[in-house]
Design a binder for this molecule. Structure first.
Ligand SMILES: Nc1ncnc2c1ncn2[C@@H]1O[C@H](COP(=O)(O)OP(=O)(O)OP(=O)(O)O)[C@@H](O)[C@H]1O
Ligand SMILES: [Mg+2]
Length: 298
């Protein structure tokens, strides 16, 4: 069964997904830049990797999208994945929770190591693994026929929570953590799709964190939102990183500068540069990174 904890980007549609074949390892601006916040640079730099990506290659059919990516992601931090459209950002984070392999014709090889365990190892059950790795998509996608409460409760029920005070508590806790509780506490049993776009996205974050994953993947979670809603999502990510390891795909260079401890710059499937956000923005080592952050392409 497909994990209900991994929501599809298009609610209500039947995705074209099927398991990948077996081996070989089908695991399956020119505006002035803001000065990056240096909120956690020192501790993050010292922490051992929470996620270690090793020689990760991925693609679709004959099209190789990712070319041997190596990256160490520290715990309790936000890591921004940046780069021009089509460079492989979404493919990369979808490899982290093995959602990539659900796409017909998709393949990958290499390793994604979480706490010392290769997530692509045949002994790993992707459904179990995805309980540890929550995901939020570009467009808010609450379950269309579910109430606000049921959207958050859905994953909890699958994890053994029954009706009652315990479930209510966890739903409230998740909505509070997603900075949504005060806005929805009097309408919990109305449709999730009745919320504004920004509220729906916070509902999706509440749904993702309800089962207490350890990693949160966010693929341009604010790109469909207005500036005020975007700011709330950014504040939320900064708050959540106290407990979560967050990978944030963003087109928005300023957003990476505002939110991320570390930033990775991808170009045509290569990881061109990766390091503390402040370094990448103030003294990029590669001229292509410099061109991108200066708005000269992308
Ligand atoms: N399902 C698919 N089948 C075939 N090719 C795909 C599929 N999804 C993505 N691709 C291709 O893989 C490459 C990387 O796509 P990906 O979605 O990872 O890029 P991205 O960096 O996230 O782009 P964007 O910023 O536009 O979201 C692109 O060339 C894209 O056309
Ligand atoms: Mg993308």
């Amino acid at each position: 069964m497909k994990s209900p904890l991994v929501e599809e980007e298009e609610p209500g549609t039947v995705p074209d997904v099927r398991p990948v074949p077996p081996k070989p390892t089908m695991m399956a601006m020119s505006k002035p830049l803001p000065v990056p916040a240096q909120r956690t640079a020192a501790p993050v730099e010292q922490a051992p990797a929470r996620i270690a990506v090793r020689n990760l290659e991925a693609g679709y059919g004959n099209h190789k999208v990712l070319k041997s990516i190596n990256m160490d992601v520290p715990p309790r931090s936000v890591t921004a994945i940046m780069g021009p459209s089509g460079c492989g950002k979404s493919t990369f984070i979808r490899c982290i929770n093995r959602l990539h392999e659900e796409t017909h014709g998709a393949w990958s090889r290499g390793e994604v190591i979480l706490d010392g365990q290769d997530l692509f190892h045949p002994s790993i059950d992707p459904v179990d693994m995805r309980r540890k790795i929550g995901m939020v998509f570009q467009r808010p996608n609450p379950f269309p026929t579910f109430t606000i409460y049921e959207n958050v409760a859905a994953g909890l029920r699958l994890n053994g929570f029954r009706r009652g005070a315990k479930l209510d508590e966890r739903v409230e806790k998740s909505l509070r953590r997603a900075a949504l509780w005060d806005e929805v506490k009097d309408r919990l049993h109305t449709a999730g799709t009745g919320l504004s776009g920004g509220q729906q996205q916070r509902l999706c974050i509440a749904r993702a964190i309800a089962v207490e994953p350890e990693i949160l993947l966010a693929d341009e979670p604010a790109s469909a939102l207005d500036p005020v809603a975007t700011e709330r999502i950014e504040e939320l990510l900064l708050n959540l990183k106290q407990d979560y390891t967050i990978l944030l795909v963003t087109h928005n260079i300023q957003q990476a500068a505002r939110v991320a401890d570390r930033t990775a710059f991808f170009l045509l499937g290569d990881l061109i540069e990766y390091g503390p956000t402040n370094d990448l923005f103030t003294k990029p080592k590669d001229s292509r990174t410099d061109a991108f952050i200066s708005g000269r392409f992308g």
